[in-house]
Design a protein around this ligand. Structure first.
Ligand code: ATP
Length: 517
């Protein structure tokens, strides 16, 4: 199936099973804003818990906060967002479509990369087992020509972005003869900077309302509380502050479903360290964060590190963890070594000292920061895109059939257990309710008695429920039920009294965390 169709199917599935709805859909929706439905909110809460437990519960020296979305407007002058939180935009005069100028160029570069990949596939076919990819990449004239093109354009783009040279960015688009994908024309406006922050008013106009912003990242709520937490928590360096919360960005091009939203959620952790130790901590967090992702059991090859081509002027190292979404490898999480830039800026703009007194050396200094910043919605999309599968299965009569199965990591699944009476009579529904009443304190359970048992299994497969238990007439005689595994579809007969232990073993968050710590 073409990638586009696959992506559309995934969006349709997310809607059909109560995971994600377009915001204000009855009014035709609001662009790049989404609502999480009854299943979506459970999955989202479980991802948050997995992150929070891994960061806060597993680390004695990391604590959490929940800062307000509104902050003093001076915050954003100090952080640099009012002056520099911009994206370069460009419009096509014929289609009237707006694009991020740097994205247009990146997509153009990708075309040369695709050509290289094609050459490699051809080479592999031609030379079979004798194919030496490294040598091929270093010597094949077509590969070298395309690679030189990539290096040339990328070099110009990085330089232009660093120098904020909007004319040069436009010139690259013209030189590369990039056409609008909608109109096909090369009739472009000039490139302009566009600030991504949403503004609103605080207080009524009569009282002299002041302009404030919806926060574009959660990190600043942590920086301005650095001293509050350090003092009241008696925290010693190195220590971290974690936070999960909403952020808002008026993205120029908001396509790709929940990958790029105008209202989204971030999970960020700022780790405060002694100057000079930041590189070591940066490497530590890079490794721990990658382990966190891989413990989920999605294919390892879908993750990769990407080093930033262009470092912010205050940063001394920055890597992204990228994931292979249906539209290619894209940023999922950023790990940044931010020096003492943020705290120093807030110290200067607020006039309040934001320092750490080291009891051993008796020195005061502004700590350095290593941050890990991950999008909750993008993590949700990794699971949706990697775990939703169509699978061939054999029916009892030998015919083949397909089932849609959402192989969510069991610990994150919205419903852990479906309890299904085989028939709606003979006391089976009552027995099913009895079991739910016992298990509901520890596991989210769903009761379902409608339709044949086969259809009910399929429904739970599509939601992603890892286990179904079926109550039949034998249950009433010997207190046993069958438990069916979503992934293998195998069924096993077990004692009701054993269920809690079996489930706990399979779906607990502890199992995931133990893979990391
Ligand atoms: P991008 O380059 O994709 O715009 P970014 O580099 O601006 O992302 P950061 O400012 O580093 O992103 O934000 C940290 C994380 O927040 C990102 O890795 C991503 O997971 C998430 N994020 C950022 N912008 C959005 C958005 N518009 N919608 C959903 N998640 C987002």
């Amino acid at each position: 199936m073409a990638q586009d169709d696959q992506f559309k199917k995934l969006i349709a599935h997310a809607k059909e099973y109560g995971y994600i709805f377009q915001s204000s859909e009855i009014y035709d929706g609001l662009s790049a804003v989404y609502d999480y439905g009854q299943m979506g909110v459970e999955l989202k809460n479980n991802i948050k818990k997995y992150w929070w437990d891994a960061m806060v519960k597993m680390h004695e020296n990391i604590v959490g906060i929940d800062a307000a979305i509104f902050m003093h407007p001076e915050t954003w002058n100090a952080s640099g967002h009012t002056s520099a939180f911009n994206d370069p935009l460009i419009d096509n005069k014929d289609s009237k479509k707006r694009y991020r100028a740097d994205d247009l160029i990146e997509e153009h570069i990708q075309k040369y990369q695709n050509k290289i990949d094609k050459e490699v596939t051809k080479g592999r076919k031609k030379f079979g087992d004798d194919f030496d990819e490294k040598q091929f990449l270093e010597t094949n004239p077509n590969v070298l020509r395309n690679k030189a093109k990539i290096d040339e354009i990328q070099g110009r783009l990085v330089k232009a972005l660093e120098a904020d040279d909007l004319n040069e960015i436009k010139q690259i688009i013209l030189d590369c003869e990039i056409a609008c994908p909608i109109s096909g024309s090369k009739n472009w406006t000039d490139v302009r900077q566009f600030n991504l922050m949403f503004e609103t008013q605080l207080g009524s106009v009569a009282d002299g309302a002041s302009k404030i912003y919806l926060r574009p990242e959660t990190a600043q709520g942590i920086f301005v509380n650095y001293l509050n937490v350090q003092k009241t928590g008696r925290m010693k360096l190195p220590f971290g502050i974690a936070q999960i919360g909403k952020a808002f960005r008026n993205e120029i091009v908001a396509r790709q479903f929940i990958f790029r939203m105008r209202e989204f959620e971030q999970m960020e952790m700022q780790f405060f360290v002694k100057p000079g130790t930041e590189k070591e901590w940066f490497n530590h967090w890079k490794e721990v964060r990658m382990k966190w992702h891989k413990a989920l059991g999605l294919p390892d090859e879908k993750y990769r590190f990407h080093e930033h081509d262009k470092l912010a002027h205050y940063a001394n190292a920055a890597f992204d963890i990228e994931f292979e979404f249906p539209f290619g490898f894209k940023e999922l999480e950023g790990i940044h070594s931010r020096t003492n830039f943020d705290l120093s800026q807030h110290q200067e703009f607020s006039g309040k000292k934001l320092q750490y007194f080291d009891p051993e050396t008796k020195e005061s200094f502004v700590p350095y920061v290593v941050e890990t910043s991950i999008g909750l919605d993008r993590t949700f999309l990794t699971i949706l895109s990697a775990c939703l599968q169509d699978e061939e299965v054999k029916k009892e009569n030998g015919e083949s059939d397909t089932r849609v199965v959402f192989r969510i990591p069991p610990a994150l699944a919205p419903i852990k257990l479906a309890v299904l009476p085989l028939v709606k009579k003979d006391g089976l529904p009552e027995k099913a309710r009895e079991i739910i009443d016992e298990l509901k304190f520890d596991f989210t359970c769903q009761y379902d008695e409608k339709d044949s048992i086969g259809r009910r299994y399929r429904r739970q497969d599509a939601i992603g429920t890892p286990y179904c238990i079926t109550i039949d007439h034998q249950t009433l005689e010997d207190n046993t039920v069958t438990i069916r595994d979503r992934d293998t579809m195998e069924q096993e007969r077990v004692q009701i009294s054993e269920l809690a232990k079996i489930l706990d073993d399979k779906v607990s968050m502890k199992k995931l965390l133990k893979k990391i710590f």
